[in-house]
Design a protein around this ligand. Sequence first.
Ligand code: ADP
Length: 471
Amino acid sequence: MNILFAASELTPYAKTGGLGDVLAALPAALRARGHSVSVALPLYRRLRESLANLRRTPLTVAVELAGRPLTARVWQGVSRDGVTVFAIERDEFFDRANLYGAADGDYFDNAARFMFYCRAVTELALTLEPRPEILHANDWQAALIPPLVRAGRLPFKTALTIHNLAYQGIFPAAEFPLTGLAGFYLKPHALEYHGRMNLLKGGILFADAVTTVSPGYAREILTEQHGCGLHGPLAARREVLTGILNGIDADRWNPATDPWLAANYDARRVSAGKRKNKAALLNELGLPPALAKQPLLGLISRLTEQKGLELVLDAAPELLKRGAGLVLLGSGDARYEEAWRDLARQHPRQVAVSIGFNEPLAHRIEAGADLFLMPSRFEPCGLNQFYSMRYGAVPVVHNVGGLGDSVANGRDGFTFSGYHTASFLAATVSALELFNNARRWKEMQTAGMTRDFSWEQRVPQYENIYQGLTK
Ligand code: ADP
């Protein structure tokens, strides 16, 4: 099959989150199965600077953006994973320091930027030889593509993947002319949303297939509680909605070869390997060596409302009273940064907090921690629970979305239901109690470490969807 992915991120060239990681892995895994796969992005400044083999091609595409005739030069290169990358050049929109905005908020012209991008990608797809059969759009930044294909009766099938329903691309109705669609599409059966326009809604209603990043999240987003205002349109497309769990990059996250660890280890040498990494981590974070005898709880997280940090802060006094150590790596909202720094100041011999984005330290926390805490309020898929299981850091997770789909309670981790401090605390205390039973603990670590979370395993599910569309 020939598939063109449209997405606004691609790790490591242009990334703000999990979306970029999926785009680095899924197209490459499909390519390894023999499909023709390419990815189209905006030509961000960062992409131009970091993907050295990207070259300007003779190809241009023309888009009339709300009365302004614009052209875009198409660039082409190959990602480190061997996938063809197309990039849409329009410097007034994309030659900027960041992808979506700066510290003071989103860029004022994001509607124009990403509608231009979607329309240019659709034009590009029409000129490619051989022509892609499937346009696979990701998140709101690419979500105008399915309505464009439908409205123009273009010769493609479309898929839309929702990586996080909380971000929808909602803009004032006055910006609707940027879509190039007939006014008929600014109606409740299409892009209209409470008097404004909602790009993700349009993608959901007009894509031939809709997917999201876990089966649990696919069920939850049909409910008013988790549907972020789009449970209605999603329910209308229920028959074409599928949840497929994300995979991980099993080479970058492999304790046996990870170059950032104090000692490499695998499931057979988990206890000795983790002992060395724990000692090194305590030393790196300035915690007393004697804490090595106590269970060490790890957290790595964006510090936002979504991630359930209140539960950990509320439960912390009780967990610390039981002797546990606690290490957090994260960055985000100032109020959480402050609260965690306070906790570390109050308990300097048990709590260490590192504010910032630090990938090597993230790997060392997975290797050194005994337990990993992920009490997210909601979680479309989540990645850290997979990394934790691979590194023998037994996860304690809220039973929602992808977390519930990936952790088997009592076998390779602990899950709790109900977003309350008491339920989180009860699950974590059971974990601490099991930690004292060395044999059972090792069984649990081994169960997680020997599971297969690779993308290769997920790809057949995407192939099924594409095959259903093209048959
Ligand atoms: P989300 O995409 O909602 O942030 P995920 O669990 O899906 O949550 O993915 C988060 C990714 O970002 C993981 O790879 C995690 O290790 C990484 N990460 C988050 N915060 C940090 C940080 N401060 N330093 C290093 N890596 C981080």
